[in-house]
Design a protein around this ligand. Structure first.
Ligand code: CAA
Length: 396
């Protein structure tokens, strides 16, 4: 089934393989993840067991070629997976997204053959957890400014890294990370270098775990580097290429977050439709009232518009694989619209459920809390608007 058509005659088609994957992920997510989501949200425990099982299913490295332990599928397969996992639990989908797009994608695109073998395989199989570390306490949206430093040793064999990184998704449990830090501060963006970091080496210190509003089972923490020695062969790409790598990786990541937002919105929407059919007020199901109908119509329309923007971004990403170009605007539009849709839909779902939407007895309040982060991480809505407008206007 053709689901979208783009420029240059490129077509996005849902193949039998995609449909089988979607069905398998949906069954797994509804059977094994949805029933534990509330408990893991409550405790904030990292769901290692289900993540390992998803690794065995190939879901921790969907676009990673089979020779590096992945499923060897395409960008559409990744999006379909993210939607289904997020529908069951946003926290699980955050962990899936970081392993797949923020970690594996960057090494596959910029790494050497030896780096791919060593650094991608254990993460794509789900045996280990990957992470991406760009943000610092004083460097969030303005990612080109950072205080952490990597200094080349006198004998030129390794870098010594010092500094504090923050908001590292999977930070408390990660085995391997891509770290972005300054090697030549006077060169600003062109002085940032990407490093492959083994979290089990001296000088790698896990800082405080963030107590969060939502996606509570996806652990987030600070990471402190104290004279961490990183061999020069663990530089990803070229020294000074780090900012470009970080941004390229975020383009892929933002399609994943858009899909996560869509999955959360779909879960909230389906619950709201069911409730509107069943809940009786003033002698009839509340779905018979026009004010509820308006909400349902607006929720559904925005959900389907998000899906189309995500498919548009997937098309652009597949085109970029062939041409080497960028798909920054398409990824930002998908993330912007889908994350704002998730906020709208989960809020309306709470409203339709009334008091029950506010109660922890149902999943609606969790969807509402989980949706909030999608407008913040991997670039706020304000940053997405800035990226889209700058690209359209041809500004830097
Ligand atoms: N792809 C490739 N290169 C890119 C690029 C992209 N998408 N975007 C920018 N660049 C390049 C530019 O071409 C430019 O290169 P040259 O200097 O060689 O010409 C260079 O990068 C600098 O670009 P800008 O001048 O546009 O940089 P800027 O300082 O104005 O910032 C920004 C641009 C878009 C605001 C960027 O800083 C940004 O995206 N900020 C948000 C950061 C973010 O999303 N953080 C989330 C971190 S991850 C996370 O959330 C946690 C987690 O674990 C999930």
């Amino acid at each position: 089934m053709v689901v979208a058509q783009g420029e240059q005659g490129l077509t996005l088609a849902l193949t039998e393989e995609h449909i089988a994957l979607q069905r398998a992920v949906r069954e797994f997510a509804q059977k094994e993840i949805a029933p534990i989501a509330a408990a893991f949200d409550e405790t904030g425990e990292f769901p290692l067991e289900t993540i390992r099982k998803m690794g065995e299913m190939g879901l921790m490295g969907i676009e990673v070629p089979e020779e590096y332990g992945g499923a060897g599928m395409d960008a559409l397969a990744y999006v379909l997976t993210m939607i289904e996992v997020a529908k069951a639990d946003a926290s699980h989908s955050t962990i899936v997204s970081v392993n797949n797009s923020l970690y594996c994608h960057g090494i596959l695109k910029f790494g050497t053959e030896a780096q791919k073998q060593q650094w991608v395989t254990p993460i794509a199989t789900g045996e280990q957890i990957g992470a991406y570390s760009l943000t610092e306490p004083m460097s969030g949206s303005d990612a080109g400014t950072m205080a952490s430093r990597a200094v080349l040793s006198d004998d030129g064999t390794h870098y010594i890294i010092n500094g504090r990184k923050s908001w590292v998704t999977s930070g408390p449990v990660a085995d391997k990370l891509i770290l972005f830090t300054m090697t030549e501060p006077e060169k600003k963006h062109h002085g940032i270098t990407a490093f492959l970091i083994d979290a089990h080496q001296p000088g790698f210190i896990r800082g405080k775990k963030e107590p969060k509003l939502g996606i509570r089972a996806s652990a987030t923490s600070e990471i402190i580097f104290e004279d961490y020695k990183c061999p020069v062969e663990n530089v990803l790409g070229e020294p000074g290429q780090g900012f470009k790598i970080a941004m390229t990786v975020l383009d892929a990541g933002r399609i994943g977050i858009a899909s996560q937002a869509l999955g959360i919105a779909e879960a909230a929407y389906e619950a709201a439709v069911q409730y509107a059919r069943e809940r009786i007020a003033f002698g009839e199901p509340i779905g018979r009232f026009q004010m509820i109908q308006q909400k349902i119509a607006d929720m559904k329309t925005r959900i389907e518009a998000s899906r189309m923007l995500i498919y548009n971004a997937v098309l652009a990403k597949e085109r970029a694989k062939k041409t080497g170009g960028r798909y920054t605007t398409e990824a930002s539009m998908a993330k912007l619209f889908a994350s704002e849709t998730a906020a709208f839909v989960t809020d309306e779902a709470v409203q339709i459920h009334g008091g029950m939407g506010y109660s922890k007895e149902l999943a609606i309040e969790r969807y509402y809390r989980d949706a909030r982060i999608t407008r913040i991480y991997e670039g706020t809505s304000e940053i997405q608007r800035m990226v889209i407008a700058r690209n359209e206007l041809g500004l830097r």
